[in-house]
Design a protein around this ligand. Structure first.
Ligand code: AMP
Ligand code: ZN
Length: 136
């Protein structure tokens, strides 16, 4: 308990959420704080959406909560409402890009086997080409 408290004080909640870095070092928290630049396309009180730096489709954005949540495993009864906000943002983006009828994909990766590389949950929004299935 004391160790956990010390870790929280010195490292931030990120370490206790199975990440290898503190919230201060979280790439996406820094994009939210504007200390790291990103091409932010949409923002509400709860989420931001910005262009993926390595796009896999003509429209590839990441929708993220402003609160740091490391992985899907860290969702619970108190914070899972944010998933609704993230999907509402996806619907907004689909309308913005005119793909509501042609189609789009939203996907979240969780931990190593799914290829999660940034440990701040993010909904990938992909559109603008025919997306094959299943993904690799
Ligand atoms: P994942 O592999 O699901 O964790 O997705 C992480 C995504 O973040 C990848 O698609 C990366 O291309 C993207 N990414 C990494 N760094 C940045 C950045 N600085 N700005 C925008 N997207 C980024
Ligand atoms: Zn973060």
């Amino acid at each position: 308990m004391i160790v956990a408290l010390c870790l929280t004080l010195f490292m931030g909640e990120g370490l206790l959420n199975n990440t290898m870095y503190s919230v201060d070092d979280c790439l996406f928290c820094n994009i939210i704080k504007r200390t790291i630049p990103a091409d932010i396309i949409y923002e509400t009180d709860e989420i931001i959406a910005f262009n993926d730096i390595n796009p896999e489709a003509p429209h590839h954005l990441l929708i993220i909560p402003k609160n740091h949540i490391a992985t899907i495993n860290n969702l619970d009864a108190k914070n899972s409402f944010i998933m609704g906000s993230m999907f509402e943002a996806a619907v907004y983006l689909a309308k913005k890009f005119g793909v509501t009828e042609s189609g789009y994909r939203v996907v979240m990766n969780c931990n190593a086997d799914a290829g999660q590389t940034v440990f701040h949950i993010h909904l990938h929004f992909l559109a603008g080409r025919n997306l094959t299935w299943p993904p690799g």
